[in-house]
Design a protein. Structure first.
Length: 158
């Protein structure tokens, strides 16, 4: 039986993440909205040459890194790549030495390893939820806006 927040002392937080890329590869951005009952935090950033998948992953990495103590996290992502990577593919990749079922190297292995380490060592209890992107979900729309701010920030740094 799952413990409630009161029983295990963990704060509950909703995180919405998104990545954006203008060209793939091209300039990209990531955004994350962290919401608890009494506060809200916005995070965003970007890179000049990246891919959409890398930005989707960076949003999750940066959001989880921003948490100062273990939490009950409901993580809303619109990326099937991130969701399936974390909930379905990761175990097999690790068992095969970071190779896919087709024996190819896992793409973005540096970020997958960072994300795996964060998830397995930070003490969070994470519920992964998929949300359809660009479909009116307020948290996802906010994360998308932040990801686009990240693209703009990267472009200003040229």
């Amino acid at each position: 039986m799952k413990k409630s927040n009161e029983e295990d002392g963990l704060n509950a937080i909703n995180i919405y993440t998104d990545g954006a890329c203008k060209g793939n590869p091209g300039p990209g951005g990531w955004g994350a909205l962290l919401k608890s009952t009494d506060s809200q935090k916005e995070l965003f950033g970007g890179e000049l040459v990246t891919t959409n998948n890398r930005m989707e992953m960076m949003a999750v990495i940066e959001a989880l890194t921003a948490l100062k103590r273990p939490c009950h996290v409901t993580l809303h992502v619109d990326s099937q790549y991130v969701l399936k990577g974390m909930t379905e593919w990761l175990v097999g990749w690790k068992a095969r030495g970071w190779k896919t079922a087709a024996k190819q190297p896992v793409k973005n292995v540096d970020l997958w390893q960072r994300l795996d380490a964060l998830v397995s060592t930070a003490g969070h209890k994470i519920e992964w939820r998929w949300v359809k992107g660009h479909n009116g979900d307020p948290g996802n729309e906010h994360a998308d806006m932040l990801a686009n701010k990240g693209v703009e920030q990267a472009l200003r740094q040229r």
